[in-house]
Ligand binder design. Structure first.
Ligand code: XUL
Length: 641
């Protein structure tokens, strides 16, 4: 549902809810059985829950890079968002909660929540005489949840990387060690706050924490989100005991205690549609939810985002929230320390490749604030004018990085650096010292270009080169004749960067509403099919969650009906000759996997804007930006680690 669209709620219809517990807000969306968005609601933490005194949803401890968020604030946000729905000015929205038959959702990844041994009972006994915060006031061993922007775990990531080496860690868990990943974060708590760790009975991700609150019992971790812990063995689909053993080596054998705290193995398997349970009576009594409403496993926000769009092989999704992430779906497990690999939440034997940047919207916003007037319109005017002035040739010779926060890719400290480079050789020349206001306009262009270029150089190796438009490339990484450029841990032939493009690009998230910004990104990234799309709603994660709930609900029932018709068939078979045995398909069942379901039912008109592009100019730009790849690689080698 976008602004100006009419809300059509059928009093007899079934509806499905998707959550997104993100860094700065809690959001929900509600869709009908036709996958149409009918309700969106949100609670902003800083503004609507000011008593927690968070800044952008978190507490930042500059002294050691710790960033965390109060768990009680999230509980208050859940009560507040349902209160907003039940007090809604639109009568149909106000009355919709009894019509919710399934819910699922997404949460910021990697964050962990620490429960004490009373958690199970207190979750079970939640009463509508109190609010959630009061009900669960003494259920936690730690009031705070480490946040994905945290950078305080250098010693711990060294331990993870060094156990069997970075390559092996990536091969097993899909990821090298990262500050924010849950394993290193838990290890820090165990070492630095042994009392808290000792009192901790269960550790959850933010995703299964929220799910647990909704069903009123401690639910297991969801498999794909568990891949963000540096401890989950993706090929074996189980926790890796050796990496778990790093957290706490006081027990015998070391990983048993950690396994108990993690509530056993993640469950169910990715691609299955089993629910975690029915919604707890607290929500039925307090807000009128349907007692039969099923709660399906919650996942991470990026993982839910890929569920919001019918992505094909070689399509890329660029998510522009607080962080910028580039996401691809693949059936190949090719882990590398350069990017992240996760299991796909709803498709068996599929994976999500991801590149994640901390410095997404923040540095752009800081530059916007230096303008007079400090508005996005002004920012866009500057960006568009700079793009027009070089008519797609991009023949300037400046390259820069703008990291007000420590960055994930490349893994470097916060810093800003600008350099000139030689256009002919691509070699860096002198640093540009001028960062006065007269340079702001130049910086606006440089920052957007360098953000997009960084996405391009890192997602190209994730794209396959056998697609239409990518056909003439030599196989990835095996070219010995061309110059290679290094990014992070890998070298890649420069030539391939000039040839490999994604097929379609989908932009999602708050900043994707900015046309100037996404056009610039598209010019740098290129598209074989010249297809650039934007999801109309900015709530892609919550939308993906609602689709997961809808598909799971229907898939469950179709499996059950298959099972019943299977029994009926086998009973019939006992009375019929063997040759006539057949299974009658149920007309209402959803037997497809998630991808087929989404492809068949996705409403392009309601959900998507196609962004018009000038093909010739875009092709020219794509080629011209290739010239900036070598200087970017050289600049990254100079950054302070
Ligand atoms: C992904 C990551 C961020 C958070 C944002 O690895 O850390 O994208 O999930 O909520």
């Amino acid at each position: 549902m976008t602004k100006g669209q009419e809300i059509k709620i059928d009093k007899n219809g079934k509806y499905f809810m998707g959550f997104d517990l993100s860094t700065q807000q809690l959001k929900i969306v509600i869709v009908n059985e036709q996958m149409q968005l009918v309700v969106e609601e949100s609670v902003g933490f800083d503004k609507e829950l000011p008593q927690y005194k968070t800044k952008n949803g978190v507490y930042i401890h500059d002294e050691d890079g710790t960033i965390n968020a109060p768990v009680a604030m999230w509980l208050e946000a859940v009560d507040l968002i349902f209160t907003k729905i039940t007090n809604h000015e639109n009568e149909a929205v106000k009355g919709i909660l009894p019509q919710i038959y399934g819910m699922s959702g997404s949460c910021q990844q990697h964050g962990s929540v620490y429960w004490n041994c009373s958690a199970d009972l207190q979750l079970r006994d939640m009463t509508d005489k109190k609010n959630l915060k009061e009900n669960l006031a003494s259920s936690f061993s730690h009031d705070l949840s480490p946040n994905w922007q945290d950078h305080s775990t250098q010693d711990e990531i060294d331990a993870f990387n060094n156990l069997y080496g970075i390559e092996k860690l990536s091969e097993i868990t899909g990821n090298r060690a990262h500050y924010r990943f849950t394993g290193p974060q838990i290890m820090k708590i165990a070492k630095k706050y042994p009392d808290i760790y000792k009192k901790t009975s269960k550790i959850q991700l933010v995703s299964n924490f929220l799910c647990s609150v909704l069903v009123g019992k401690l639910t297991p971790m969801e498999q794909s989100d568990a891949c963000g812990a540096n401890m989950f063995d993706i090929p074996k689909r189980q926790w890796n005991r050796d990496y778990m053993g790093l957290i706490d080596n006081s027990g015998e054998p070391p990983s048993i205690d950690v396994l108990t705290k993690l509530n056993g193995e993640p469950w169910p398997m990715c691609g299955e549609s089993l629910p975690n349970g029915l919604i707890h009576p607290y929500f039925v009594n307090k807000y009128g939810f349907n007692p039969q409403c099923e709660v399906f496993p919650f996942t991470g926000d990026n993982l839910a985002t890929i569920l919001s769009l019918p992505l094909n092989k070689n399509d890329i999704l660029v998510s522009m929230g607080t962080s910028t992430t580039v996401l691809v779906v693949t059936d190949q497990y090719h882990p590398s320390p350069n990017y992240h690999m996760f299991l796909h939440p709803t498709m068996k034997n599929h994976y999500m490749g991801m590149i994640c940047y901390c410095n997404g919207s923040l540095p752009r916003e800081q530059l916007k604030d230096k303008l007079d007037p400090p508005t996005w319109d002004h920012f866009n005017q500057v960006l568009d004018a700079q793009s027009e002035s070089d008519s797609g040739n991009n023949n300037d010779n400046e390259i820069g990085v703008f990291f007000p926060l420590d960055e994930i890719v490349p893994g470097v400290r916060k810093q800003t650096k600008r350099y000139n480079f030689d256009i002919k050789t691509g070699n860096l020349k002198d640093p540009i010292k001028n960062d006065g206001t007269d340079h702001v306009k130049k910086d606006i262009r440089t920052i957007v270009e360098s953000q997009a270029l960084s996405c391009r150089v890192r997602c190209t190796p994730l794209l396959s080169n056998d697609e239409q438009g990518n056909k003439d490339t030599s196989s990835q990484g095996d070219s010995t004749t061309t110059e290679k450029v290094k990014f992070d841990y890998d070298e890649f032939p420069l030539d391939n960067y000039a040839k490999i493009k994604p097929n379609r690009i989908f932009f999602v998230g708050g900043a994707s509403q900015n046309d100037s910004l996404i056009k610039k990104f598209a010019q740098v990234l290129g598209s074989n099919h010249d297809e650039i799309y934007r999801l109309k709603t900015t709530n892609s994660c919550a939308l993906g969650g609602s689709y997961k709930a809808l598909w799971s609900y229907k898939h469950q029932r179709s499996q059950a009906s298959d099972f019943v018709s299977g029994i009926a068939d086998s009973e019939k078979q006992q009375h019929k000759p063997e040759t006539t045995a057949s299974k009658a398909p149920s007309s209402t069942s959803v037997k497809q996997d998630f991808f087929e379901f989404l492809n068949e039912n996705f409403d392009w008109n309601q959900n998507i804007n196609r962004v018009p592009i000038d093909k010739e100019a875009y092709d020219k730009s794509f080629k011209a930006y290739t010239a900036k790849i070598k200087p970017l690689s050289q600049l990254e080698q100079l950054l302070e680690k």
